[in-house]
Design a protein around this ligand. Structure first.
Ligand SMILES: *Cc1c(COP(=O)(O)O)cnc(C)c1O
Length: 389
């Protein structure tokens, strides 16, 4: 696992001025002494010193050889998909991030790339889905919002044996808790918008590869297609990464307290948190990760959208919003927000019940978060009593 001292000191002091913070090179081009004779930079889409510093830092953070920074998580996913050709197939986790599903289904399908979605928490499902055309396995673990865990090491072995590229979207896991490249994956993707940025103030994406040649291929697409991260956002992301270890540790501690509170609450039906011993994949989570993350989902005994909507509008500190991983707590109701476009039966079958609520547990004092939730439960209980009477 990446060491915090190494991380902080992998962020270089500016050789020109001694600035301890990474300078923002807000420039589009670089003056050349003669054609092709330059100081390592010629045009800022191809390379920019601020972005380059970020890319080196994240390569180290994920224990890879190459980091490549994009203007969003989806742009990062898009660059990986460009490794494929028409006729190739992908096997993807069925509980996939909605934006990745849309990219696969509405953009890449028409170019002849087909995706088979399977429950990757049982590796047999992956083995059963492999065909001679399978070129990529696409994993998220934990998934969103039901926090299913898949065995990265076991899937890496299958991918290797069948000469299939293996990519892990490590947005929820974070490199602080799990490092897929060390477990045998070829590619790690991040929506750095979430925990790595950490302050809900930027949109950014990352790809990190273990193999330098694969990294060079993706770097080629970064330049050829152009979805680069700006110098200012690169700076912001470096600033976020400087505290990611501390933040994630506290996110995990707060989330654990909340999961335990929810588990014993009389109005709660199910709690989804990989850190609970009741979680079906708790053992794998414990084996492959150093902690269980900051996302907790739960369902209500009164499994209705109405009850959930009442709950998500009754909290004070948990703000109602999509996204996750910031310092302030957020909550959302997937059935009427992120998962609204999925047909009801399909959504329910995937474990996203009508009343499921997802919490992104922030860095407030845990007692304040607990009393915020207790208050919201009280509100929905009083409303239920009022209807009953
Ligand atoms: C948010 C998210 C993405 C997309 O990232 P953007 O930065 O919003 O483009 C991809 N994967 C996961 C798991 C996410 O949570």
């Amino acid at each position: 696992m990446s060491n915090i001292t190494n991380l902080l000191h992998s962020i270089p002091v500016d050789p020109l001025t001694g600035a301890i913070a990474v300078p923002i090179y807000q420039t589009s081009t670089f003056v050349q002494d003669a054609p092709g004779v330059n100081k390592g930079y010629d045009y800022a889409r191809t390379n920019n010193p601020t972005r380059e510093t970020l890319e080196k830092i994240v390569a180290g953070l994920e224990a890879g050889s190459t980091g490549i920074a994009f203007s969003s998580g989806l742009a990062a996913i898009d660059a990986v998909l460009k490794l494929l050709q028409s006729g190739d197939e992908i096997i993807a986790v069925d509980d996939i991030y909605g934006g990745a599903f849309r990219l696969f289904d509405k953009v890449y399908k028409k170019f002849g790339i087909n995706v088979t979605y399977v429950d990757t928490s049982d590796v047999q499902n992956i083995l059963d889905a492999i065909t001679p055309a399978t070129k990529l396995i696409w994993l998220e673990t934990p998934t969103n919002p039901t926090l299913k865990i898949s065995d990265i090491g076991a899937i890496a072995k299958i991918a290797k044996a069948h000469h299939i590229l293996f990519a892990v979207d490590n947005t929820f896991g974070t490199p602080v808790l799990q490092q897929p490249l060390g477990l045998g994956a070829d590619i790690v993707i991040h929506s750095a918008t979430k925990y790595l940025g950490g302050h809900s103030d930027l949109i950014a994406g990352l790809v990190i590869t273990k193999d330098p040649a694969l990294g060079a291929d993706i770097k080629f697409y970064q330049n050829a297609c152009g979805a680069i991260l700006s110098p200012f956002d690169s700076f912001l992301l470096i600033r976020g990464i400087e505290t990611v270890h501390l933040r994630v540790r506290q996110h995990c501690a707060n989330a654990k307290e909340i999961a335990l509170f929810l588990e014993q609450h009389p109005l709660v039906d199910k709690v989804f948190y990989p850190g609970l011993s009741s979680h079906p994949h708790h053992d794998i989570a414990k084996k492959q990760a150093k902690g269980f993350g900051g996302i907790v989902s739960f369902t209500l005994k009164n499994d209705t959208e109405a009850a959930a909507q009442q709950f998500v509008t009754a909290t004070k500190y948990f703000k109602l919003a999509e996204s996750l991983g910031g310092v302030k707590s957020l909550l959302c109701h997937p059935a009427s927000m992120t998962h609204k476009s999925i047909p009801t039966e399909k959504r329910r079958a995937a474990g996203v019940a009508d009343s499921l609520i997802r919490l992104s547990v922030g860095l407030e004092e845990p007692e304040d978060l607990l009393s915020d939730l207790a208050h919201a439960f009280h509100q929905i209980q009083s409303a239920a009593v009022a209807i009953f009477n």
